[in-house]
Every structure is written in C-alpha cells, then in structure tokens.
Design a protein around this ligand. Structure first.
Ligand SMILES: Cc1cc2nc3c(=O)[nH]c(=O)nc-3n(C[C@H](O)[C@H](O)[C@H](O)COP(=O)(O)OP(=O)(O)OC[C@H]3O[C@@H](n4cnc5c(N)ncnc54)[C@H](O)[C@@H]3O)c2cc1C
Length: 391
C-alpha cells in the first residue's frame, strides 16, 4: 500500500501565530501535493527527474524566483523563496536540491554577472531551458575549498581550465556550469557552457539519498573559455561568489529540511492513526506520542530559525550569514532525527519504499553533509560565540 507523503492535518502544524505566507504559496503547496510528492519515490528509484517537471517549475517562475515576473521569475523575497523551498522539500528533496543549486548559479549571474553575462544567460536560466550546476567540490577538496586543484590559466583570448569536479547536483542535465578554479590572483569563478570542448560529464549513480538529483562528476581538460566567462575580476570569487552563493544554498537546504521534518510528521500522524497494535492504535502509545511531539517542536523551531534568516536576507543584514548557519544546523539535524524516528515508528514498513519515510531517512542525511557539514557548522557557530564574548 502506498500512502501519500502528506495528509490534510499538515496545515495545522505548518503554521505559527503571525506567520505571513508569501503570495501564491497555496498554489505551490497544491503543486507539491499533486505533482511532486506522489511521484517522489518513483523518481528516487529511477534516479532521475522527468523533463516535464523541470518545465512545470519554470512555468511557476521558481527557477529564478527573485527575478520579476516579466523576466521569468516570481518577484519573491528570500522569506518567500524559503517558504517555497520548504514546501518543495516536503515533497521531494531531489527536486529541492535542483532548485538549490540552480538558484545559487542564477543568483550569482544576477548579483555579480556583467550586463553581457546577464543578457546571455539569465533568460534561459529563468525558464529552466538551461539548468545551472554549481561546481566547487573536487575528489580531494570538499569542506576545505582552499585545497582546490582546478586551475585557470590566462590564454591569448580568455582562459584555459583544467581540473576535476565531483558531486555536482543536476550535473547530468546542466547546460551551464559555475566552475571555481585557482588563478594566480586567487580563487575565481567562471561560467562554462557544458558543451564546451574538453568538458566531460559522467553520471554518479547509486547514491544513498537525493537519488533523483542527477549527480555528476565533471572533468575539465584544456577547456578554453573566452574572457566573458570570468565573473568579476580574477581572484575575487572566494569572499564574494563562493560565500554568497553557499549562504543561499545553505538557506535553501535549511528550509528544505523543515519540509522533511514536516513530511515525517505528516506521514507518522497518518500511519499511527491507523496502525493497530494489541488493543489500540499506535497513536495511543506514549512513546510514540513523544516522537510525534518532538517532530512538532523541531519543525516549528526550524521554521522560525529559517524565517529569521530569510527576514535578515530581505533587509540585507549581514547577520543573516550566522542566522543561516544556525538555521541549517538545527534544521538538518532535526531532519535526520525526525526521519530516523519516522522509520522507527513505521517498523518494517519504514524499511521499504511503500511508504515515504525510507526515502526521507536517506534524503535527510545528505543535508548534514552539503552546504557546510554538521561539524563545520558546529565549529563556525561556536567560533562566533567566542567572538561575541571577546567583542
Ligand atoms: C548529494 C550530494 C550533492 C552535492 N552537490 C554538490 C554540488 O552541487 N556542488 C558542489 O560543489 N558540491 C556538491 N556536493 C559536495 C559537498 O558539498 C561536499 O560533500 C561537502 O562540502 C563535504 O565535503 P567532503 O564530502 O569532501 O567531506 P570532507 O571535507 O572530506 O569531510 C569529511 C568529514 O570530515 C568532517 N570535517 C571536515 N573538516 C573538518 C574540520 N575542520 N573539523 C571537524 N570535522 C571536519 C566533515 O564534517 C565530514 O564529516 C554534494 C555532495 C552530496 C553528497
């Protein structure tokens, strides 16, 4: 038996007093309930997302939601984008992952791209005709981006890139790669069309979670790009493009994790209300109810932390960076805890793909690794605490 990932009781938990929902969120919720959540397990098993879905996301203006509607976006602020990514995360973390990296790339072009780069790339990125991939991690350089081995050397007319990138979300279908590489001046970011000669893209399959996020490994061999591929001046990307884009990615993942906790809660409330043990239902057992109450509290707490990070982004307050670290740390660890409890509550049924919780469990774990691992978050948040005392 397949049960839906959500139940009508969700809206009661998803609210908190004073929460203002972004315009059109009801439409996105309905989109998730009818066009994403029911298919998430099938996509997970197929290890890919259908192209029609990517088109639909474009029709809803979600590929570049911060752009005005006339430019293919939906004119949303970051609070609204967070709420949308929560809803999408509730339905399918693979879809949310696509949106995360695509938003990172698109926003980079919008924020730091030249007028020519914006005119060349934004229209197709906004519709999803062109998917963006964020290419930072390498086989031997993950958390420590400074250890990156990819290099870009000046050539007569532009740059020559050589290197090896791994774990690119959406890399299998991406048309535009945002590639980070060393130059003599320091870390730089380049916009590289995926069909440039010398770019070799290989799918990464059989991963544990977000299996439909179409991961790829990308090798760059003597890839020649023009001067117009470079974003900003050489050596400028570390403190700007990388920091800014990763902050947005972290925010998106945090919001998506709120959706994962909500999906666990919805699935568990539905399951325990029906499942009978001995003389009653699972929902009547105190040890089960404790897990349910933990999910209610952690989803609300994570949602509030994400709302705070989004509000600070909307007012251009630099405090959003730390607020986003805190939100991501709490939301991702809450998601893994909730998903683990959700599998436990479902017993053997939690161990198979008939119910969504097995996928939620595998998907949740990824969020503790990407966009700053749990350990890096702990280090960063504690560092800030000591800095505050020293001030
Ligand atoms: C599903 C998935 C999608 C991804 N998508 C992308 C993408 O689109 N683009 C991209 O560029 N990358 C992507 N990544 C890569 C991801 O960003 C890296 O996996 C992440 O940065 C961690 O790097 P690593 O895997 O090399 O782990 P490592 O950096 O080798 O870390 C291994 C472990 O050591 C811990 N550790 C590291 N440093 C410290 C420290 N100083 N103190 C204490 N503990 C530490 C880490 O927390 C971790 O637990 C993706 C990864 C996955 C799994």
């Amino acid at each position: 038996m397949t049960v839906p990932a959500t139940d009508p009781g969700r809206s009661r938990h998803a609210q908190y007093p004073g929460r203002k929902e972004t315009a059109g969120l009801d439409k996105i919720r309905a989109f998730v309930d009818t066009e994403i959540a029911p298919f998430a397990d099938a996509w997970d098993q197929a290890e890919q997302l259908p192209s029609e879905l990517l088109t639909r996301i474009g029709e809803l203006g979600l590929w570049a939601p911060f752009l005005p509607p006339d430019d293919g976006g939906s004119g949303m602020d970051w609070t609204g984008i967070g709420q949308v990514h929560e809803e999408i995360g509730r339905g399918c973390s693979s879809v949310r992952s696509f949106l995360t990296v695509h938003t990172m790339v698109t926003w980079t072009v919008q924020r730091w791209g030249s007028a020519e780069q914006q005119a060349r790339w934004l229209p197709r990125l906004a519709t999803g005709e062109l998917i963006g991939a964020f290419c930072l991690t390498e086989p031997d350089s993950g958390s420590d981006a400074a250890a990156m081995g990819t290099v870009a050397q000046p050539a007569d007319s532009g740059w020559i890139l050589n290197g090896h990138k791994k774990w690119m979300t959406a890399g299998q279908v991406a048309g535009l790669l945002l590639v980070f590489a060393r130059t003599e001046a320091g870390m730089s970011a380049f916009l590289v069309p995926a069909d440039t000669p010398g770019v070799r893209i290989s799918p990464l399959n059989a991963v544990m979670g977000t299996r439909a996020s179409m991961l790829a490994e990308i090798v760059l061999r003597e890839v020649h790009v023009g001067p117009d591929a470079l974003i900003g001046p050489p050596g400028w990307a570390a403190g700007t493009v990388m920091t800014g884009a990763l902050d947005l990615g972290r925010y998106s993942v945090a919001c998506g994790c709120v959706g994962v906790v909500q999906a666990c809660l919805d699935a568990c409330v539905a399951y325990t209300s029906k499942r009978r043990v001995r003389d009653g239902r699972l929902s009547e057992l105190q040890l089960i109810r404790r897990k349910i109450s933990d999910m209610v509290v952690s989803s609300r707490a994570a949602r509030l932390l994400c709302a705070e990070a989004g509000r600070l982004k909307d007012t251009d307050d630099p405090a959003t960076i730390m607020a986003t670290w805190v939100a991501k740390y709490h939301a991702s660890t809450a998601a893994t805890a909730a998903a683990s409890d959700a599998v436990q509550i479902h017993g053997a049924n939690g161990f198979v793909s008939d119910y969504p919780v097995a996928r939620l469990y595998r998907d949740a774990k990824v969020a503790e690794i990407i966009e700053g691992s749990t350990e890096l978050q702990q280090i960063t948040i504690a560092d800030e605490a000591y800095r505050e005392v020293a001030r």
